[in-house]
Ligand binder design. Structure first.
Ligand code: NAP
Length: 483
């Protein structure tokens, strides 16, 4: 696969080990956010294609789940090596369809590859247990079996990593999968397929179904009783719909949904570290991340120094086509996302926020929005309650620890929070009071294949990464034994 020659990237559906067009011949365009030009036309799966994919996964299940854990592990390890050797090519493809800057894309490709390595190691550690029933004396034998066919639905913001974070644990557990990538960015998952075949993944074990009719296609699969897991990463709004669909056939849901991450900078924070951590939490992936810093609370005694340093750092970033390695900030994924960011900034300013830098979309081709810092964002501003999903740092002041914890928790989301303080005891105490699935303590980055990634409240159900990530694709079976 050579991303500079997009013609080599497959653009049909991949079902049962074969590339094929959609049953009705439908296709849709993929756009380069930097040039607004069409880069590919991709087959758009129908409901009929979806059921064909479930048939293919069903045929592959017995063989794949019956292989030894070592077999599956070796294939995943090979996928890690192949992906790592083609990291630069995947990074270029990610930038082409998503827009993110080259450094972000290379970071994503490395992160995406790591899930194959981590789950190659986890595949051979699916341990059960044996115990004594206290009263009857029978033995309690517990084992974890592959749950069955898994439907994986992924978002556009990490076209590679959100796929591999699901595919690798599912394959390690012994489950065949059907991947429905986001319509903005289907190419990266399509390009992954030849690599997985080369690694030894048999036909039918991974099927890739881009579709512009995502609602109907996913709903049809969730109403097929052979499908036992739905793993979704995307918005809370779509997650709710999938949970409703999953209820009918009682499909196991794993949900990685939206976030509204608070950053808390205490008066005793190392300001340089806090600015660097906030830059990472805000600007990684251009703010188009569920983990992105959305509400930045700064203690009033250090607020002005922090805001000035943050504005300096944000203003120093270079905006342009992400393919250019000197660029820090690429375009947003599409016009709607850029317009939403612009509207959130206009709303905050109209309600009293001060703009320290940025704040205006440039008149140029591409879906660009500049790094922006807003101060004194009022609680009633729309960006306080919603994901910004763009390069806008929205600052608020606070004066008291309990007050800021209450304000940080005042959201229906609970994915990740960030805390900056040089007092470790205080940092741990505050972390425990935060109603979030993850906390970055003096760190602006929490994602790691070896850590359980996920949220509480309306940010999701279940975890990805770590041992927990494989459990989403396993069912526990208990056998009561007499001997
Ligand atoms: P989205 O609109 O919810 O779409 C996500 C995926 O769901 C896409 O593949 C989309 O397909 C599909 N989809 C849309 N409507 C559907 C329906 N009715 N039934 C079945 N599938 C449907 O989210 P997004 O805009 O791509 O991604 C941004 C969101 O993802 C943000 O809220 C972000 O916080 C969240 N996110 C969460 C995590 C996490 O780990 N918690 C990680 C990354 C992103 P189409 O593209 O064809 O519409």
């Amino acid at each position: 696969m050579n991303p500079h020659n997009i013609d080599t990237v497959p653009t049909d559906l991949f079902i049962g080990g074969e590339w094929r067009p959609a049953s009705d011949g439908g296709r849709f365009d993929v756009i380069n956010p930097a040039s607004e030009a069409t880069v590919a036309s991709v087959a758009s799966a129908t409901v009929e294609d979806a059921i064909t994919a479930v048939d293919a996964a069903s045929s592959a299940f017995a063989d794949w789940s019956g292989r030894t854990p070592r077999d599956r592990s070796e294939i995943l390890r090979k996928a890690f090596e192949l992906f790592t050797s083609r990291r630069e090519e995947f990074a270029a493809l990610i930038t082409l369809e998503n827009g993110k800057a080259r450094a972000d894309a290379i970071g994503e490709a490395a992160y995406a590859a790591e899930f194959f390595r981590w789950y190659a190691e986890a595949a051979v550690r699916n341990l059960g247990s044996l115990g004594h029933a206290p009263a009857s004396g029978a033995r309690i034998l517990v084992q974890h079996k592959p749950a069955g066919i898994a439907v994986l639905v992924t978002p556009w913001n990490y076209p590679a990593a959100m796929g591999t974070r699901k595919i690798a644990p599912a394959l390690a557990a012994g489950c065949p999968v059907i991947v429905k990538p986001a319509s903005e960015t289907p190419l990266t998952m399509l390009a992954l397929m030849p690599l997985l075949e080369e690694a030894g993944v048999p036909p039918g074990v991974v099927n890739i179904l881009p579709s512009r009719s995502s609602g109907q296609v996913v709903d049809a699969m969730l109403h097929d009783p052979r499908v036992r897991v739905v793993s979704f990463t995307g918005s809370t709004e779509v997650g709710r719909k999938l949970l409703r669909s999953a209820a009918d056939c009682v499909v196991n849901p794993a949900m990685e949904l939206g976030g509204n991450a608070p950053v808390i900078v205490f008066e005793d924070a190392d300001i340089e570290q806090a600015v660097a951590g906030t830059m990472l939490a805000k600007m990684r992936n251009l703010g188009e991340a569920c983990t992105a810093a959305n509400r930045i609370f700064v203690h009033q005694t250090v607020h002005d120094e922090f805001a000035d340093r943050l504005a300096t750092a944000m203003s120093s970033l270079t905006m342009g086509d992400g393919m250019d390695p000197s660029v820090d900030v690429g375009p947003l994924v599409n016009a709607d996302t850029r317009d939403k960011v612009a509207a959130l900034v206009a709303d905050a300013v109209a309600k009293g926020a001060t703009c320290l830098c940025g704040g205006e979309a440039p008149h140029r081709t591409g879906f660009y929005y500049p790094p922006t810092v807003l101060c004194d964002v009022p609680p009633g501003a729309t960006c306080v309650g919603e994901e910004i999903f763009g390069p806008v740092a929205a600052l608020q002041r606070f004066s008291d620890e309990s007050e800021v914890v209450a304000r940080a928790n005042a959201t229906e989301y609970g994915l990740v929070a960030y805390v900056f303080t040089t007092d470790l005891a205080r940092g741990l105490k505050v972390s425990e009071r935060l109603e979030f699935g993850m906390v970055g303590l003096n760190r602006g980055l929490v994602s790691d294949p070896a850590a359980p990634f996920g949220g509480v409240k309306q940010s999701g159900i279940g975890r990805e990464g770590a041992e927990e990530g494989m459990q989403e694709f396993l069912e526990t079976q208990y056998i009561a034994v007499e001997w």
